[in-house]
Design a protein around this ligand. Structure first.
Ligand SMILES: Nc1ncnc2c1ncn2[C@@H]1O[C@H](COP(=O)(O)OP(=O)(O)OP(=O)(O)O)[C@@H](O)[C@H]1O
Length: 333
């Protein structure tokens, strides 16, 4: 597979008098294959927007290499800009313009054929409201208009930062099928979102960023499998045998958590070993099932941002340069 987007060792520090010099990106890597829907995940302040803005030439990086569709950016951005559609920050529209006026204006400025305006209005489900002023739109409709504007150029790479923001469940589902349709027609989509269930449903692959560095990447199934830690649920024919079984497995080197009517095991490479160990002692398994982890638990584990009861996480993932302090979305009472 060929890469539409490649980032290697991207660095960006922000300097301010009050906060000093802080690393927002600390050698970040990313690779997005052609035709993929690729999820870009990270806690607040981990560097997602900085990455996307750097890619689009809106911020100058301090180091690293980036290429889009085989061209080095930002140097070759003029050559590839026409093939990238992006919504990185909520775009502002003229409130008195209709959606059609807005898209006509953008199409004119971008030398896009006018028939494309009707196509994108249809695609994002705004055809019937195209003649209404934007100020009468709901948040979700404005979001759809933003996507429509990013689609005008029929880009090869579409970058969507939080496209489901403000959408109702029906809107989220429609956005999901729109993104899948675009990918099915050959568009590569890079999607940042905090709705992890959505990312798990929609994306072929993910990159997870934490503290300005990549902490996981690859096909969603592989990322989940890598972090499932061989977790297996075991039920026995006789519930009363669970303590004996737990003891036996524990002595066999398997980590066991006892639940009222079953055992959770982790670090199990081959489930057959478990059934054999138990059967040898006359304990018969009625269920032996691998437990799938979801993207949310992998995300919380890798970014160390799972909630801690009684504490409030202080959100800032940037790291201070030239000092011992590391702000890691730290926990404060
Ligand atoms: N213009 C700026 N000046 C100084 N610091 C900045 C600037 N923009 C971002 N930062 C800092 O860089 C770090 C990364 O921010 P960034 O916006 O890239 O995170 P993010 O992953 O997009 O977060 P979120 O999920 O909240 O949108 C944060 O610590 C942020 O405070």
């Amino acid at each position: 597979m060929s890469a539409v987007l490649e980032i290697e060792g991207l660095r960006k520090t922000y300097k301010s008098r009050r906060r000093g010099t802080r690393n927002a990106l600390d050698g970040f890597d990313m690779r997005v294959e052609a035709g993929q829907v690729h999820g870009f995940l990270g806690p607040n302040g981990s560097g997602k927007t900085t990455t996307l803005r750097t890619l689009l030439g809106l911020i100058r990086p301090d180091g690293g290499r980036m290429s889009v569709l085989g061209h080095q950016v930002p140097a070759a951005l003029p050559q590839v800009a026409g093939q990238i559609g992006a919504i990185v920050e909520s775009p502002q529209f003229f409130p008195h313009f209709t959606a059609r006026d807005t898209l006509d204006l953008l199409a004119g400025a971008g030398e896009v054929p006018r028939h494309r305006v009707d196509e994108v209005l249809e695609l994002v489900g705004l055809r019937d409201r195209a003649g209404d002023r934007v100020k009468t739109y709901s948040l979700g409709m404005k979001q759809r208009l933003a996507v429509a504007s990013a689609l005008l150029k029929d880009p090869k790479l579409l970058i969507l930062d939080e496209p489901a923001n403000g959408l109702d469940p029906g809107g989220i589902r429609e956005m999901r099928s729109l993104v899948r349709d675009l990918a099915a027609n050959g568009m590569t989509v890079l999607l940042s979102s905090h709705i992890l269930g959505e990312i798990q449903l929609i994306c072929d692959a993910v990159t997870i960023i934490s503290l300005g560095r990549r902490v996981a990447f690859g096909p969603v199934d592989e990322v989940l499998a890598q972090h499932s830690h061989g977790t297996v649920r075991v039920r026995l024919e006789a519930v009363g045998d669970l303590p004996t079984a737990a003891d036996l497995l524990d002595r066999g080197g398997i980590r066991v958590t006892a639940e009222p009517d079953h055992l959770m095991l982790s670090g199990v490479d081959k489930p057959a070993v478990v059934s054999r160990l138990l059967a040898d002692q006359g304990l018969y398994v009625s269920e032996l099932a691998p437990v799938a982890v979801d993207l949310e638990s992998v995300f919380l584990e890798l970014t160390a941002t799972a909630p801690v009861p009684g504490q409030h996480r202080q959100v800032d993932q940037s790291t201070k340069v030239g000092g011992p302090e590391v702000t890691r979305g730290g926990w404060g009472a």
